[in-house]
Design a binder for this molecule. Structure first.
Ligand code: CS2
Length: 497
């Protein structure tokens, strides 16, 4: 049975469905980037509030990229309903239909209505999951004004291709019509994500309208937030399970883990849903939570992804089943990341890491390493490289982190030689593959000389030396033996030399 509003009544009673009248709600949140993560996280929290009669806020989704047309069409076909399937490690499966998204605008076909919707006084929050690369800043933190899409937006303000052009067009109207500004709520894995969103939007408006920049400075709030829920890419098997077990045909279903966390700064002058009533945490200073999550969970994912895929694994749980990889991940977290985190009030870091291990081990989540390794060129400068940089500054350990980066180079080298069987998605794939290939020949530093990724590390001799010995060991012995020689038993490897 196709999932839609009419069919809700006849779904199996074991499936929780929206208990509220979805027609009566007028969207007060616009969310840009309605991927699986948003549907498993923010839309879930709002659905929970709506079901408990604790809010009348709902979401209008928006997509700016041509490929968003797919999710737009699929959601529209289902009256914007979808099934969220929570998979527990003990094999329990809890499907639930989420109804908090009540509309969607596909921006490339509807620029005017998207700008108009964002100018509607009813819209009080614009939230974003536009990926780490979507914020368009270089390794020094500066907005990349030369990006062709940004240049397009500067010259075509009514037909924006990026979130910055879109927000600027709407905020300009709000300013002119004297409508209070919406808050911009970034939900991406970037430290100080709200501050970064602000800096990037202002860099854009500085280039087009400095008076608008001043108005934004004075009127728009950008709360920082830490978001967390592991949400793999939905597979054909997931959809099949929903169909076979529950009789639901759903082109937009999302599978995720049971764990969910959202920590926010309470900076919404124009109002917000009472999220705290469904477990969202509000704290005065988000910094330690963001840093802990990004440096341990996200970097831990990248660590397992880069090393695990080279060792022949497909998913995070498979990589965790390899005792050497599991042990290395723990050493990376304990020796290289934890000393940089400091104490976090009310947080036991040991227990946090243990809980990450339990989450990564969940055999029913099957988080694909291709997903984890996608867009590594945007992720690693935020997740992993800052740890190496800080450790270099204090003369601390960097072996595990560097080995993961060398594994990345080796993967691209193999990919370039046609010897890596999996697809790789990365905005810089071509140039990084070329550099990795050169680095296997007579330009050993070609890969790490790529400023767009490794820029901040470029002056360190110790980084260079550690990287060269790691890539050499991976090429010569394979990634697992390289870990044993360089990280687990480094003394022994030295004496062998
Ligand atoms: C992952 C994240 O994209 C990645 O590399 O680390 O998507 C991660 O699963 C989420 O941030 C979990 O909250």
């Amino acid at each position: 049975m196709q999932l839609n509003q009419d069919n809700l009544e006849v779904l199996p009673s074991s499936i929780q469905c929206p208990l509220y009248n979805r027609d009566e709600q007028k969207p007060s949140i616009v969310h840009i980037g309605v991927g699986g993560f948003h549907r498993a996280h923010q839309a879930f929290f709002l659905d929970e509030l709506l079901n408990n009669g604790l809010t009348d806020w709902t979401i209008c989704g928006m997509g700016l990229k041509p490929e968003d047309n797919l999710i737009y069409k699929a959601l529209k076909e289902q009256d914007y309903l979808y099934t969220l399937v929570v998979k527990h490690s003990d094999n329990a499966i809890c499907p639930r239909v989420i109804g908090s998204i009540v509309n969607y605008i596909f921006v490339p076909d509807n620029h005017a209505s998207a700008i108009e919707k964002l100018s509607d006084p009813q819209v009080k929050i614009v939230s974003l999951t536009i990926t780490e690369g979507g914020y368009n800043f270089d390794t020094n933190g500066y907005f990349i004004i030369g990006n062709p899409d940004i240049q397009w937006d500067i010259h075509h303000p009514q037909m924006p291709k990026t979130v910055f052009g879109l927000l600027a067009a709407a905020l300009k109207i709000r300013k002119e019509r004297n409508i209070p500004a919406f808050a911009v709520l970034s939900c991406d894995n970037i430290q100080h994500n709200g501050d970064v969103a602000k800096k990037m939007l202002l860099s854009f408006t500085d280039a087009v309208d400095t008076v608008l920049s001043e108005w934004i400075q004075a009127n728009v709030c950008f709360p920082n937030s830490m978001v967390d829920r592991i949400t793999p890419v939905t597979t054909e098997n997931d959809s099949k399970l929903l169909n076979e077990k529950y009789g639901i045909e759903d082109a937009c279903s999302v599978t995720c883990e049971p764990f969910i966390q959202w920590v926010l700064e309470d900076n919404f002058p124009n109002g917000r849903p009472a999220w705290e009533k469904v477990g969202v945490q509000f704290v005065p200073n988000i910094d330690p939570y963001e840093k802990m999550k990004i440096r341990l969970l996200n970097a831990g994912h990248s660590f397992l992804g880069l090393i695990g895929s080279l060792a022949g694994y497909d998913t995070i749980d498979e990589s965790m089943n390899d005792p050497l990889l599991q042990k290395s991940l723990r050493s990376f977290m304990d020796e290289e990341v934890t000393p940089l985190l400091g104490a976090i009030e009310g947080m036991d870091l040991e227990e946090y890491k243990n809980s990450l291990f339990r989450r990564f081990e969940n055999p029913n989540i099957k988080d694909q390493l291709t997903r984890i390794c996608s867009e590594s060129s945007a992720k690693l400068p935020k997740f992993l490289i800052p740890t190496i940089l800080e450790q270099l500054e204090r003369n601390g350990p960097i072996r595990y982190g560097v080995l993961a980066l060398a594994a990345w180079c080796r993967t691209l080298e193999l990919y370039g030689a046609g010897q890596y069987p999996y697809p790789i998605q990365d905005a810089l794939l071509e140039e990084l593959t070329e550099a990795a290939t050169l680095s296997a020949g007579d330009q050993p530093l070609a890969f790490i000389e790529k400023q767009a990724v490794f820029g901040p590390l470029s002056h360190s001799f110790r980084w260079e030396e550690t990287y060269l010995s790691s890539i050499h060991a991976i090429r010569t012995y394979g990634v697992k033996d390289a870990i044993l020689r360089l990280c687990v038993y480094p003394q022994q490897a030295c004496s062998e030399k």
